[in-house]
Design a protein around this ligand. Structure first.
Ligand SMILES: NC(=O)c1ccc[n+]([C@@H]2O[C@H](COP(=O)([O-])OP(=O)(O)OC[C@H]3O[C@@H](n4cnc5c(N)ncnc54)[C@H](OP(=O)(O)O)[C@@H]3O)[C@@H](O)[C@H]2O)c1
Length: 326
């Protein structure tokens, strides 16, 4: 086989062979995936970085579902290179974005990704690949909780914790888009921006306990969890009787379920699912100028470890994204 033929079969990817800190992320040459029938091969231009990436890297998150060597990453924006037998909805050259395969590995920190055709959607036309790669996992989480789980309606009061992060900044905008009154928790520096995104009230969690500042809330979208200052348990105090708490980081412990029941509140855990159709709807809202996408910083693929360390510090405004190819 000539060197050119060889290079068609290999790609660069960030792999891990053991769980650990950012240093376990190493760039390697690996076999390029081949699309099976109904799958699409995409040349990755940018890959979004999410907390589940570093949680899985260190042996938590979705770690129990993976095998080594593992290529992390779920968010992709890129261009269709090849389609498998039977695919009629996409063709080579189409610009697409997705959060495929979750919770199985999608292996997005790489030059090529394959996934079922219908887990992809056409990338928002008004976004470049970097901004499109910031959308899928975070926006699907916000959409599937605010719209599909809580069925938020106009006039409801919705409290969103960690509103300035990846999921939060989409959740604020989706809830506002549906006509809800949105209360957002974030450090004070993020308040003017969150108001621009549609938050009606902002609470600085570093100086004020949100249960002292908010009440009669219909829905809490909790992106912080009980691991930090009992945030989920404290969320029960702001809900109106019969209100709904969606706990996003770490499920619902038996104690929390019991506390919700005793308080007369509804509570549910949640895990994001691939959804090409929802990504098409979200792309439409973005292209109509209804939803903004915030990318705080980009890193080349080789610097995935630096991106993880930045994200793990917990202060990201919007999203971090890896650039893979031009
Ligand atoms: N279940 C699922 O399917 C699912 C899906 C997506 C995400 N998640 C989980 O949801 C959580 C949020 O994800 P993400 O992507 O939005 O994270 P992220 O972007 O890394 O969140 C960073 C933001 O969190 C804010 N923050 C940190 N501690 C806070 C606190 N105590 N109160 C209010 N804001 C606080 C920071 O605001 P300041 O800088 O102002 O402090 C920062 O803007 C993670 O634990 C993630 O693993 C779960």
């Amino acid at each position: 086989m000539s060197e050119d033929d060889m290079s068609e079969h290999i790609m660069r990817a960030v792999t891990i062979s053991e769980f650990g800190g950012p240093e376990v992320l190493t760039i390697e040459e690996v076999a390029r995936p081949v699309p099976l029938p109904t799958e699409v091969l995409v040349r990755v231009h940018a890959a979004g970085v999410n907390p589940v990436d570093w949680k899985t890297r260190e042996g938590q998150g979705m770690a129990g579902l993976q095998t080594f060597p593992l290529i992390l990453g779920w968010d992709v924006s890129g261009v269709v290179e090849e389609v498998g037998f039977g695919v009629t909805t996409l063709a080579p050259g189409d610009e697409v974005y997705a959060m495929p395969w979750f919770p199985r590995a999608a292996s997005a920190y790489a030059e090529y990704v394959t996934a079922p055709a219908r887990q992809w959607a056409r990338k928002p036309a008004t976004l470049d690949h970097v901004h499109a790669a910031a959308v899928p996992l975070a926006a699907l989480t916000a959409w599937q909780t605010v719209v599909d789980t809580a069925h938020v309606r106009a006039g409801q009061r919705v409290l969103i914790t960690a509103a300035a992060g990846g999921v939060g900044h989409f959740a604020v905008q989706f809830a506002r888009h549906l006509g809800a009154d949105v209360i957002a928790t974030a450090g004070a520096a993020r308040h003017p921006w969150l108001k621009e995104l549609g938050a009606d009230e902002t609470i600085d969690y570093t100086t004020t306990r949100f249960e002292d500042a908010a009440a009669d809330v219909d829905v809490v979208i909790d992106l912080v969890g009980d691991a930090h200052d009992q945030t989920s348990t404290r969320s029960l105090k702001v809900l109106r009787p019969g209100g709904l708490l969606v706990t996003i980081p770490a499920g619902v412990s038996p104690e929390l379920a019991q506390a919700a029941k005793a308080a007369g509140m509804h509570i549910t855990p949640y895990l994001v699912e691939p959804d090409g159709a929802a990504l098409t709807t979200i792309a439409g809202l973005i292209d109509a100028g209804q939803i903004a996408v915030e990318v705080e910083e980009t890193f080349p693929l080789e610097e995935a470890g630096t991106a993880h360390a930045r994200g793990e510090a917990g202060r990201t405004r919007g999203k971090l994204v890896l650039t893979v190819t031009d």
